[in-house]
Design a protein around this ligand. Sequence first.
Ligand SMILES: Nc1ncnc2c1ncn2[C@@H]1O[C@H](COP(=O)(O)OP(=O)(O)OP(=O)(O)O)[C@@H](O)[C@H]1O
Ligand SMILES: [Mg+2]
Length: 321
Amino acid sequence: MDYSQDKIVLKAESLKIHYHTQKGYVRAVDGIDLVLKKGETIGIVGESGCGKSTFGQGILKLLPAKTKYEGKLSVGKIDIIPLNEKEMKKVRGKVVGMIFQDPMTSLNPIIKVEKLFYETLREHEPGISFDAARERAARILEKVGIEPERMREYPFQFSGGMRQRVMIALALVLNPDIVIADEPTTSLDVIVQAQILELLDELRRSYDTSVILITHDLGVVAQMADKIAVMYAGQMVEQNVKNKIYYEPKHPYTKLLLKSIPNTNPEDLQLNFIPGSPPSLLNVPERCRFASRCPFRMDICEKEPPVFGIDGGQVKCWLYR
Ligand SMILES: Nc1ncnc2c1ncn2[C@@H]1O[C@H](COP(=O)(O)OP(=O)(O)OP(=O)(O)O)[C@@H](O)[C@H]1O
Ligand SMILES: [Mg+2]
């Protein structure tokens, strides 16, 4: 793909992804703007149910058939929303790879690892031989620290951390421009978690891959992300480079989210949490979606805030008008 213009690999503009349900549309992603550049890692953070996975899976259109997409979403020069299933198959794996939370459910446990690689490669390179696929698999497995001989085994014969390494290798074997990692380390213990993140970071550097790292864990994004986008109730409420988000957060939600990180400082052992809960995405208010929980609420918050540019980032909050 040719990114020579501005090296933008993904761009979402007023993107909406609404699930069709019996009760109406669930506005899981509701008007987000985001730009990802080549080689960059963006962390998408926010509470459970705010639409992070919907955004990630929506990029690959892995959502139920009646899901409604609006706005614009481009990956390189490909306009994603109008594509049909057959056209999406050419994008999945090849242009955008995906790493899921739980490799036990996303890797078929009764297909040998070598065959998983063969099938992934064959989808995009129909003529490839089993031996050539094994060769490619061996090279990438070595990079993720798994002995190539083990590709004769089944995923259930691997530990959780190793399965996640296999998953990463599968996501990278076609050398995609973007990898979406949705809670890639949530099911692992902290030590393996750190190793996997380190590996992912190392690989994305050597392949110059862009990464969308989805997590509710601000510690995970601290390790790896260049930029952070904070989601709340289907919208991006704040985006900026990592250090600005950590040290100079602007949006009241970002501030509270950072305070809610449990820490081991004995002086500050109370576990902070944000009182209240996000609005239902079936029926969202016209006002600022965070208003009902916001300590800085003003009269103007009855109107939905636009996105303001400040300090090199974007904040969707009236405090910065
Ligand atoms: N298939 C579906 N049909 C209808 N609503 C859905 C569907 N999948 C998810 N939702 C709803 O969409 C909203 C966003 O869900 P999503 O899974 O994207 O959140 P998330 O930020 O990834 O949460 P978590 O941190 O728990 O993984 C939630 O309100 C959820 O209930
Ligand atoms: Mg999720």
